[in-house]
Design a protein around this ligand. Structure first.
Ligand SMILES: [Fe+2]
Length: 288
């Protein structure tokens, strides 16, 4: 089976970003879906929600969060979950995702996505928290692998073993960020292909593709460059292993004209089509 049960192949989408709002509404660009950063739309009323309503009339939407802090030892932020559930009720997203990371401690929240020690203890902890999130939202979520720059000496599992066990035990899906796999593999010296081989075929509900910055000694996950050739190659490997799965181009800084991001989405569709032998679905909204 391709992809993750209950998570349809939406086709090839892009992140909805403020510099593109007007063009998206006016032109309805030929992409299949949009992903939005949940936290940017949690306040009712105002321009962001108006834009989102208009975009939603024409495209499927996926909510992608950065604040669940699934690895934190703080209590699950129930007020945040309430706001997320309310946003989901209004938007009816195809699905909701967040990251395997922690970003809060002692009630203080940062905007970084810090990695976890991959231990049995932290796995038990994250499984419970994902279960709580899914119970509150009334749906399964996708959990994304982050880019990392340090590793914990206490880790007993590889990142891919941790993700595979989390998906199985919490019955969640995985958002496979292909760029993050590449960045972490380069930074830590593991094989990105071995990472992919360690992820179960039937748990991947979405891919992310993005650019990064090369600082010589390390790669930084900046989302401010076009996708580089090795990440496109790794995407090919992912499609060969996991099949056609909803694919999203992430661009968060140095945002180019809309057409350039759309073109990367079309390139992803062409790669998928060349591997699976299917017709690229870009521009055809197959699901609402
Ligand atoms: Fe990502």
């Amino acid at each position: 089976m391709d992809g993750f049960s209950g998570f349809p192949h939406l086709g090839h989408g892009i992140g909805l970003r403020p510099p593109h709002y007007a063009a998206v509404i006016a032109e309805h660009p030929p992409v299949d879906w949009f992903e939005v950063i949940s936290e940017n739309f949690m306040v009712e009323g105002g321009n962001p929600r108006r834009v989102l309503r208009q975009v939603r009339e024409h495209y499927p939407i996926v909510l992608h969060g950065v604040s669940l802090s699934l690895g934190s030892v703080d209590p699950v932020d129930e007020a945040y979950l309430d706001r997320l559930a309310a946003l989901a009720a209004a938007v009816e997203p195809a699905w909701i995702s967040d990251h395997l990371c922690w970003s809060s401690f002692g009630g203080h929240t940062a905007h970084d996505l810090w990695p976890l020690p991959f231990t049995e203890e932290s796995l038990d902890h994250v499984v419970r928290r994902v279960e709580r999130v899914q119970e509150r939202l009334g749906r399964r979520i996708l959990v994304e692998n982050v880019s990392s720059y340090v590793q914990f000496a206490s880790s007993q599992l590889t990142e891919w073993e941790f993700l595979a066990a989390l998906a199985e035990r919490a019955d969640c899906g995985l958002l496979l960020d292909v760029n993050n796999v590449y960045v972490s593999a380069r930074n830590h010296g593991f094989s990105a292909e071995v990472f992919l081989q360690g992820i179960p075929r039937d748990r991947v509900g979405q891919y992310h593709l993005a650019g990064h910055s090369d600082h010589g000694t390390h790669l930084l996950d900046t989302h401010d460059h076009p996708i580089c050739d090795p990440v496109w190659e790794l995407y090919r490997s992912a499609v060969r292993r996991f099949g056609p799965v909803a694919t999203l181009i992430e661009r968060d800084d140095h945002i180019p004209p809309l057409g350039e991001v759309v073109a990367e989405s079309h390139r992803a569709a062409e790669i998928e089509a060349s591997i699976t032998g299917t017709t690229a679905p870009v521009g055809h909204v197959a699901w609402r």
